[in-house]
Write a protein that binds this ligand. Sequence first.
Ligand code: NAP
Length: 302
Amino acid sequence: MYDIVVIGAGTAGMTAGLYAARGGMKVIVLEGEGYGGQIVVSPEVENYPGIPNISGYDFSEGLYKQMLDCGAEYKQANVTRIEGDFGSFKVYTDSEAFDAKTVILATGVKNRKLGLSNEEQMTGLGVSYCATCDGNFFRKKTVAVNGGGNTALEDAIFLSKICEKVYVIHRRNAFRGEEAYVKQLKALDNVEIMTPYTVDSINGTERVTSLTLNNAETNDKVDIDVNGLFVAIGQVPNNQAFADVVELDEAGYIKALEDTLTSKKGIYAAGDCRTKEVRQLATAAADGATAAYKAINDINLM
Ligand code: NAP
């Protein structure tokens, strides 16, 4: 019987594991893919308090090691459902089940797709969702980044150092991401900002050769020759497996406030998977700590 089973090993989940272990709890963190979560592919993290500059990979490695050193367990396992009540939950994975007094959901989010007909077919043939993973394949080539948030802006800055030319395509004239990144991009000679445009079609048979863009104000079409398209248009939650135990909002996020309490006693939601306004590394870490504290308090009051 674990005191706490944490589902998801991103920043929120691993911070929860760290705080739970330091709080004397028997805790295991389960993760269906690799540990680290979304930040693992961020080339440079410059806004985590106290760390002026670190790669997302190094940040995740450090947190993973810190969590294990404090006594948290980790297992790669895909959680399929949760049954039971506070004090006696059963957490099922593809291969086994874990008994837990409490559960912290830190399932994060997944990349949003553009929804274009050949997007899936062209993934790996020029379409990518991860600039740090795939950027090197486009060395000295021309690429486009689609999106207006921090991910798209960071990706475009990263790619501008590798690629001959980078288009930044965003559906509005104003960017959602930080002004500091926009300023950096505007100062780069090999970056061309295309707003307000959406990607109408991905062209090419064996590989991406061009994109057709649609001007969101005039509906005029324009073709740009590119070797690759990096899609960075945000994320969507992946909580359907838990919809029968905790309440979700219309978009699929777990309903929980800053206290991380969900509609089910003994289940807490931390990080990007819950309803919240600011989804940042710092707020994910804060959620992980809060959820662990709440679980520890509830267990101590049992
Ligand atoms: P995001 O902030 O949600 O931005 C998504 C962008 O994609 C928006 O500009 C949005 O346009 C656009 N978009 C959404 N759906 C679209 C569609 N169907 N077609 C075309 N464009 C579409 O996502 P993100 O950039 O991945 O960032 C997620 C969170 O992580 C944010 O809170 C971000 O600040 C944070 N983050 C932080 C760091 C860091 O702190 N270093 C790094 C990366 C990400 P609109 O603006 O028009 O809605």
